[in-house]
Design a protein around this ligand. Structure first.
Ligand SMILES: Cc1cc2nc3c(=O)[nH]c(=O)nc-3n(C[C@H](O)[C@H](O)[C@H](O)COP(=O)(O)OP(=O)(O)OC[C@H]3O[C@@H](n4cnc5c(N)ncnc54)[C@H](O)[C@@H]3O)c2cc1C
Length: 379
């Protein structure tokens, strides 16, 4: 794609998670200069795996990342949906070469730290500012002033809030409504596959119980690292921190009736971490004047379709394309086009994820996987 030559706005991105890093990389690719502000003092992605479905991989293809992600991840030959107690198969999604031929990119599983490192490498380190927790934004016509907790501040002509589900940018725009705790928690662990008898388990599977489930997959081409996420009701969970060390005995008790093959995957984890699952309804507005949101900041969703990060990366690419497509500093037109192009799709993902039946039986994956953020027609 041709580099942009017309006047470029100064852009501040808040949050260097997957969405913020993808926005930075996409904007840089289209000729913009960006500054990224992250509250953490260094990158420390959680020790978990992530599924990158074909639509996410198409967004990453435009950033030149397919080979590096393939080299650092795992492409399963198939996904199996199984009944929780009998292991009866209710659906098989053929993946590997077949899925790659159908959608043009692999669908792969990877450790979040390796995805994060690959994405971060696309932005010059001088443009990533750590220890910058955004606490306030003031809008003044053609620019906004940002204030950070360390007492510093900057000005920018465009502010992108990629600061996740508890977004401070969102709060400055729309008030402090907290996301809703769903009464469900997710236990997650990543550990060396040598701790289990890996010949006996599926490369990627979801075990469906009546009100709880387990997903597991390998995260390296050599199948030497395994990840699981086990979701179960815990309505009394006190949401003190959104992520904390989990109690393995509680985990095993919650999945006591599950098939021995999946219980073995849970039992082999040296330690587990635990997350409260929270969500919001689709939001009517994603921004105001020179401030716009992307990713979990504007459409957090349940993780049951593996589309949270994927949709954040799609947002990032489409937002960059919209900004590159307007003349001069007509930022408002670009932001309106971005929201119009993205809201219907992400709302559908939020509502479909909530149902938690994606891939349980034979499922039409095309509306999710066919989408190509770099080439889709914009509204
Ligand atoms: C259990 C679970 C499993 C999941 N599995 C998958 C999956 O397999 N596939 C998938 O696509 N998605 C998955 N998701 C969803 C995915 O993790 C999120 O949707 C995705 O990480 C959102 O990215 P983001 O960049 O919008 O937000 P985040 O990743 O939350 O990043 C926000 C960043 O902003 C920073 N920040 C926050 N506040 C401030 C502030 N005030 N100032 C400066 N910086 C700030 C944070 O430190 C963070 O670095 C899962 C989610 C959960 C909970």
């Amino acid at each position: 794609m041709a580099a942009r030559t017309i006047a470029k706005p100064s852009i501040a991105i808040i949050g260097a998670g997957i969405g913020g890093l993808a926005a930075a990389a996409s904007l840089i690719r289209l000729g913009f200069k960006v500054e990224l502000y992250e509250q953490a003092t260094q990158f420390a992605p959680i020790g978990a795996g992530i599924q990158l479905t074909a639509n996410a991989m198409k967004a990453f293809r435009g950033l030149g990342l397919v080979d590096v992600l393939r080299g650092n991840g795992f492409v399963p030959a198939a996904f199996h949906s199984r009944e929780w107690d009998t292991a009866k198969v209710t659906n098989v999604l053929i993946m590997g070469q077949s899925l790659e031929q159908r959608y043009g990119v692999p669908d792969l599983m990877i450790h979040r730290a390796r995805l994060h490192a690959a994405l971060a490498a696309l932005t010059p380190s001088a443009c990533i500012h750590f220890g910058k927790k955004l606490v306030a934004i003031e809008q003044h016509g053609s620019h906004a002033t940002l204030a950070f907790a360390d007492g510093t501040g900057v000005e920018a002509q465009l502010v992108i809030g990629a600061d996740g589900i508890h977004s401070a940018v969102r709060e400055t725009l729309f008030g402090s409504g907290q996301p809703r705790f769903t009464g469900r928690v997710a236990y997650r662990a990543t550990y060396p596959a040598a701790r289990i008898d890996d010949a006996a388990i599926d490369e990627r599977a979801k075990w469906w119980g009546p009100d709880r489930h387990v997903v597991h997959y390998f995260t390296t081409a050599g199948r030497n690292e395994i990840y699981f996420i086990a979701v179960t009701p815990e309505p009394k969970f006190q949401v003190e921190s959104w992520s904390m060390r989990g109690d393995k005995d509680m985990l095993l008790a919650a999945f006591a009736g599950f098939h021995p093959r999946v219980r073995a995957v849970l039992a082999a984890a040296p330690e587990v971490r635990k997350w409260a699952l929270v969500e919001r309804d689709p939001m009517p507005s994603w921004g105001q004047d020179r401030i716009v949101l992307l990713g979990d900041a504007c459409h957090p969703m349940m993780p049951y379709m593996a589309q949270g990060a994927a949709s954040a990366v799609e947002d990032a690419v489409v937002l960059a394309r919209c900004l590159a497509g307007v003349a001069g500093d007509n930022i408002s037109a670009a932001l309106a086009r971005y929201a119009a192009s993205r809201k219907q799709r992400t709302a559908r993902m939020q509502l479909t994820s909530r149902e938690n039946n994606w891939l349980r039986q034979k499922t039409d994956t095309d509306w999710v996987y066919e989408y190509d953020a770099w080439n889709v027609q914009l509204d």
